[in-house]
Write a protein that binds this ligand. Structure first.
Ligand code: NAP
Length: 492
């Protein structure tokens, strides 16, 4: 299938909905998908005739599945939103279909459970190595029609070749307009708000370019370690797990040109141009502009925690990075010479995701300013709280003209006290309504890998060990040096 996408329909299809979850017993289904579907149900955002068919290999009946959901999913719904009556109503929607997708020659059990004429949404919450088999057998069983949609969870490949393979295999049966590649960062309220902030106001856009913006920082820091995911994580590392998808998607929203409409392709065309304009790195650039790190034993949340090598299922000689910091450039008129600093890591000081837009200081220093002080920053906080702050210089009270940085906080919560849906809830509603804007298109995914692959290969060629950093810190010293060299520092 080609990457061109039909205009996405903004409404549901009007058909009864069968939401079919592959990996319906798994961690993601329990922690995120079912709670998100419950919330959508609670707020009347699922069609009245919805059914959720969870598939898994275990030989259990519906009652045992519902017990599993009670035990493993219910606690992930915020207490304020929980009520027994709605929960019971929600459980009525759930069915369990025993299905080993590799062993079963066809998906007859699923066909028997799914309604004729329903709109089928297939949520592939399994390892991507199963995507091809699942799609082949869905099609062979006659379950894919023009109303069907498929949602693909990350990781979408480990490099360009494997991403192309997934795209080809899924695209054999689903048109691009039926494929929803999920990146939950695109479902965050603040990320979507950034587009409104940029393109719904005229005061920012004239400033939103070089040389008015001197640098951009994007940080996605996790406090947790690799936990039980070591088996998967050690083969991936922070570049594949976080940078290639989440951080690049955030970079696209910051850097894209105004789209001509909110149509999914109009928005994704602009994001694609950003990805294609990212400067490719050669070996010298990689050595100079990227930092890999790996956590060692340290203190996190007042507790001593093990280093990466001490985690279960991590090979003792693993050189997998749990931290990446890098400097990227976008070769366009708008962003010429503006460094984009990206940083992500596990076991960092705190869970914090933010975008910092740093504006150039006034050209003439009329007021005394401490060396290195930055007058204006726009800080977009995504986690743990969502907030937007504009930092400005103001006069300190008193007889002199001493300045101080103060923050103008956009108090969206007070201005709009409505409930904010979680990213997965919002994105699942988008899938049900056929809105593709906040999902990655095939060519975006491939362009992201085209940029990331040479960096990963370069690290292999350079064969340097990742720099150690203590768990509970903000990463290795080299990450600070990366910015200090250009006269900047990370905004914590
Ligand atoms: P998980 O807990 O290991 O669940 C995987 C699911 O796949 C299990 O329910 C398992 O079914 C099912 N499965 C495996 N082999 C199967 C087969 N042959 N036939 C049918 N079902 C099979 O993994 P997860 O954490 O939920 O993650 C699922 C996917 O989402 C992964 O690709 C992961 O990288 C991605 N993801 C996860 C998270 C997260 O927070 N967990 C976040 C982002 C992306 P059984 O119950 O029968 O074993």
């Amino acid at each position: 299938m080609t990457s061109s996408t039909e205009q996405s329909k903004d409404q549901g299809s009007g058909l009864p909905l069968d939401m079919i979850i592959f990996g319906g017993m798994g961690d993601l289904a329990m922690r995120k998908l079912l709670p998100a579907l419950y919330m959508a149900f609670l707020h009347g955002n699922l069609p009245g005739s919805t059914r959720i068919l969870s598939t898994g290999r275990q030989d259990i009946d519906r009652a045992a599945y519902l017990k599993h959901v009670e035990e493993h999913s219910r606690d992930f719904i915020a207490k304020d939103n929980f009520n027994d009556k709605t929960w019971d109503g929600f459980l009525q929607l759930l069915q369990y279909v025993k299905l080993d997708v590799q062993a079963a020659p066809r998906f007859d059990t699923l066909e028997a459970a799914s309604r004729q004429g329903a709109q089928r949404v297939f949520y592939l919450s399994t390892a991507p190595s199963l995507f091809t088999t699942i799609c082949d057998k869905l099609a062979a069983t006659g379950l894919v029609d023009e109303n069907a949609r498929v949602v693909l969870e990350k990781p979408l490949g480990t490099d360009l070749a494997s991403a192309i393979e997934i795209n080809e295999d899924v695209g054999r049966y689903f048109a691009e307009s039926q494929i929803y590649r999920i990146d939950h960062y695109l479902g965050k309220e603040t990320v979507q708000n950034l587009m409104v902030l940029r393109f719904g106001n005229s005061i920012l856009e004239p400033l939103w370019r070089a040389p008015n913006i001197s640098s951009v920082q994007i940080t996605v820091a996790e406090e947790v370690g690799v936990g039980s995911r070591a088996g998967f994580y050690d083969g991936a590392g922070a570049m594949r797990d976080m940078v290639q998808n989440h951080l690049l998607q955030l970079l696209c929203i910051v850097a894209m040109e105004p789209p001509t409409s909110l149509n999914a392709d109009a928005v994704r065309d602009e994001k694609l141009k950003v990805l294609r304009s990212l400067r490719r790195m050669g070996l010298a650039d990689i050595a100079r502009d990227t930092v890999r790190g790996q956590y060692i034993r340290g203190v996190s949340g007042n507790q001593e925690v093990p280093g990466y090598h001490e985690e279960k299922n991590v090979p003792p000689e693993s050189h997998t990075e749990t931290f990446v910091a890098l400097r990227a450039f976008i070769d366009t008129w708008r962003w010429s010479k503006v460094p984009f600093y990206l940083r992500t890591g596990k076991r960092m000081r705190s869970r914090s995701s933010k975008i910092v837009i740093e504006f150039a200081n006034p050209p003439f220093p009329l007021f005394h300013q401490n060396a290195g002080a930055v007058a204006n920053r726009l800080v977009i906080e995504l986690q743990p709280e969502e907030a937007i702050k504009l930092q400005l210089m103001a006069k300190q009270p008193g007889s002199g003209m001493e300045t101080q940085q103060v923050s103008l906080n956009l108090d969206l919560q007070s201005a709009m006290p409505q409930r904010r849906a979680e990213a997965y809830e919002r994105l699942l509603i988008d899938v049900v309504r056929g809105r593709l804007t906040h999902f990655m298109r095939r060519d975006e995914l491939e362009a992201a890998w085209q940029w990331a692959d040479p960096i990963i290969e370069g690290w292999q060629t350079l064969a340097e060990k990742p720099h150690p950093y203590a768990a509970g810190s903000w990463g290795p010293a080299e990450s600070f040096a990366l910015l200090a060299r250009d006269g900047y520092s990370w905004v914590e």
